[in-house]
Design a protein around this ligand. Structure first.
Ligand code: ZN
Ligand code: ZN
Length: 278
């Protein structure tokens, strides 16, 4: 049984989620969640099937606010968004936003999705980095670092998303000191912003990862630097609302964390609260 009973990273049919916002709220409530934050992919000008259509942004906002009212006093609901570095959305319209890098933009204006088809990533690394996966990783983490330190999100989303394709393509070695130094340097810079580091169970829930994002060595360093973590399910299906939370909680305890942060069950007391993992 999860202790966290909350997720700030939940998709809906407004973007690429498979359940409606109403179905997501219902599922969370039935699990005994004390709080829930919606975070459909923020509007962008390309790859529209994946994000909230810019023309429907107001509708998304109105629907989440309606659900917030519906559950008032029973489960605290928040309006968030997962805002890609390439998004055109104004984060001020939302209670909070999760920063993420899902795309590598190419000079011709096309893109390679960071967590997209493996063969496209292979081609991208061959074409732009001479087949050197470590250089691709360096590029990815520099984008993440610059975006987070400039935009100052409340949450850093799936920090090492590149490991999804790396698990299939073996583009770099996660245990390599050079890789670790690159990832740690970017994470250290983000620590200065006081953002929450997301422990994202979406990949474990969908069956293609053994451990959440980010990897243990990064979570360990984050704790040593005094950083706070938030466990999120990156949920696209209502029945996966808290999938793999038990695993994430166990992992955090083994790394010396005794608490995590979640969306506050009493919004009048502020946006966030801590929850004991013991
Ligand atoms: Zn994402
Ligand atoms: Zn997401």
């Amino acid at each position: 049984m999860s202790r966290v009973l909350s997720s700030a990273h939940v998709h809906t049919t407004f973007c690429d989620g498979r359940s409606t916002a109403e179905e997501m709220a219902q599922a969370a409530y039935e699990l005994g969640f004390v709080s829930l934050g919606f975070s459909s992919h923020a509007p962008q000008t390309f790859d529209l099937k994946y994000c909230v259509d810019p023309a429907r942004e107001d509708e998304y906002i109105a629907e989440i606010r309606r659900i917030q009212q519906e559950y008032a006093g029973r489960m605290a609901v928040y309006l968030g968004t997962e805002r890609d570095m390439q998004s055109c959305a104004d984060p001020k319209k939302y209670d909070y936003f999760i920063a993420a890098v899902h795309y590598f933009m190419k000079p011709d204006g096309s893109f390679c999705a960071v967590d997209g088809p493996a063969e496209e990533m292979r081609k991208y690394v061959d074409e732009y980095f001479g087949g050197d996966g470590l250089r691709m990783a360096q590029h990815y983490f520099s984008l993440m670092r610059d975006y987070v330190t400039e935009a100052k999100p409340q949450i850093i989303g799936h920090f090492d998303l590149i490991k999804k394709n790396n698990s299939r393509l073996h583009l770099y070695d996660e245990d390599d000191a050079a890789y670790r130094a690159i990832a740690l340097e970017a994470l250290r810079a983000m620590r200065e912003t006081d953002a929450l580091l997301e422990v994202n169970t979406g990949g474990v829930a969908r069956g293609y990862m053994d451990e959440p994002y980010p990897s243990s060595f990064l979570l360990k360093a984050w704790r040593e630097w005094g950083g706070e973590v938030i466990i999120n399910s990156d949920c696209h299906f209502a029945d996966k609302m808290d999938a793999a939370y038990d695993k994430a909680e166990e992992l955090l305890l083994s790394l010396g964390y005794d608490h995590a942060v979640r969306l506050n069950q009493c919004p009048e007391r502020g946006m966030w609260e801590t929850v004991s993992l013991r």
